[in-house]
Ligand binder design. Sequence first.
Ligand SMILES: C[S@@+](CC[C@H](N)C(=O)[O-])C[C@H]1O[C@@H](n2cnc3c(N)ncnc32)[C@H](O)[C@@H]1O
Length: 252
Amino acid sequence: MRHIHVIGIGTGNPEHLTIQGLQALKATDAVFALDKGDAKAGLIGVRRQICDRYIEGRPYRFVEAADPERDRRPADYGVAVDDWHAARAALYEALIAEHLREDERGAFLVWGDPSLYDSTLRILERVLARGRVGFTYDVIPGITSVQALAAAHRIPLHRIGEPVRITTGRRLRDGLGQEPGATVVMLDGDPRFEGLDPDLTIHWGAYLGTPDELLVAGRLGDVAEEIRRVRAEARARHGWIMDIYLLLKPAP
Ligand SMILES: C[S@@+](CC[C@H](N)C(=O)[O-])C[C@H]1O[C@@H](n2cnc3c(N)ncnc32)[C@H](O)[C@@H]1O
């Protein structure tokens, strides 16, 4: 039966790939990479670099496909995501059926780790539920942008014994709540930091793991404007940006 490795590849540095990921990749016949649009072509480039560097002397197929368009301003968020996942399941099914023979191994290279804000595992389950192509799959963990952020700033994510929350920019608008602890914010397309306590400590990072890495840290009230300026300049220069930040409440 076909077998698929879902491999977390880290956040831009080809050396983020684990040795487990490397071994799986070396035994792979077809690598699937979903193109999220021209602006993020650099991300496909990293996947190619990883394959060129680590799959030595063995023929493999690099299968690129355009990710289906997603409705960015839907009336109903849940329905829009479900429609998008259905379109992606149909695409993955077609890619697997067309490019992977019954006795072969494939790999989906997932940015960071598949456990965080990534739908590859949900989509593969959906493909299996459709019942048209059969395969087994396993998951090989990778370095997440959360780990890359902490490592770049040389910090633990939380103070002793405190909880860590990982959330999105969209959810942050609901506030940080009363509980102590650290909050990591991902997928914030326009960080305004509105309504947040200026005494929070922020650790911000963009393009983590790549040669373009940017870092800013400090008291939110002091560095918020700098982060917005650095972010806007970098985004204009590269045409895209991926950034993440940690917010720590003032020590009690
Ligand atoms: C769709 S999520 C994917 C997360 C990924 N699965 C992970 O494990 O990090 C994309 C978000 O991850 C964060 N991210 C991913 N790569 C990053 C990088 N190299 N530098 C900064 N943030 C990154 C950003 O918050 C971005 O909006």
